[in-house]
Write a protein that binds this ligand. Sequence first.
Ligand code: ZN
Length: 117
Amino acid sequence: MDLILERDGPWCVWCSAPLDASPGALNPPTTEHMVPRIKGGPSWIENELAACRRCNNERGHQTLAGWLQDCRGLGRAPRTDVVIAGLERLQAAITERGGLRRARPYIASQLRRLRRM
Ligand SMILES: [Zn+2]
């Protein structure tokens, strides 16, 4: 988690709330998987973003673009640029390492939608 917060900054990707990884903190970060396991998402750091517990729980099985739109509707401030950069990083990692055939079309379609948002 420390690496994710260092990479993306210490804010929830869905609502921009500050996240605090120190023990006993009020708003601890949780790991958000961009491509969910059920869609073939890997347990790589490139598939992970930091989110607050509330946003992570509420996303459920929503797609990235669908949930990002919902967050805007709820008056939250999603970090669209961080999600797009994350997906591009994941796409590059997959190209380099191979595999994950099932996740590729999902990533490509989510990127197309997010870039229009
Ligand atoms: Zn949040």
